[in-house]
Design a protein. Structure first.
Length: 119
């Protein structure tokens, strides 16, 4: 009985952590004109949910502060872009989105997740 309670409490805690990591940050939209700094740290891109304008160049400056190999590459799979991020060395990726829609960016393993919304 105690084991069951402990297990349920554990699952609730895991759920809360997952919720906190993914949804609390993903639900905050950052509107960007020309430039945004994205921190790669503690398992999340900050900001992770970025809104940009179509047909307007935007500079995404990735700053990797996570030394784990997981954070080393940022991938925009729908754009066929993948870039290596050097620890603590800002990496600028300049993109112009021609089509409206949503573009995911992730680490190689898909643990870090972010999204560009073009409107
Ligand atoms: Cu990863």
């Amino acid at each position: 009985m105690i084991t069951t309670i402990v297990n349920i409490a554990g699952l609730l805690l895991i759920g809360l952590i997952v919720w906190w990591f993914w949804f609390s940050k993903l639900n905050t939209i950052t509107k960007v004109e020309d430039f945004v700094e994205i921190k790669v740290k503690d398992g999340v891109y900050q900001p992770a949910f970025i809104q940009v304008k179509a047909n307007h160049p935007v500079t995404l400056r990735f700053i990797r502060e996570d030394a784990t190999p997981c954070a080393e590459v940022v991938v925009f799979s729908s754009l066929n872009i993948s870039e290596i991020l050097t620890l603590n060395k800002p990496k600028d990726i300049v993109l112009t989105f021609k089509n409206l829609g949503e573009y995911e960016f992730t680490c190689q393993m898909g643990m870090y997740k972010g999204k560009i919304v073009v409107n």
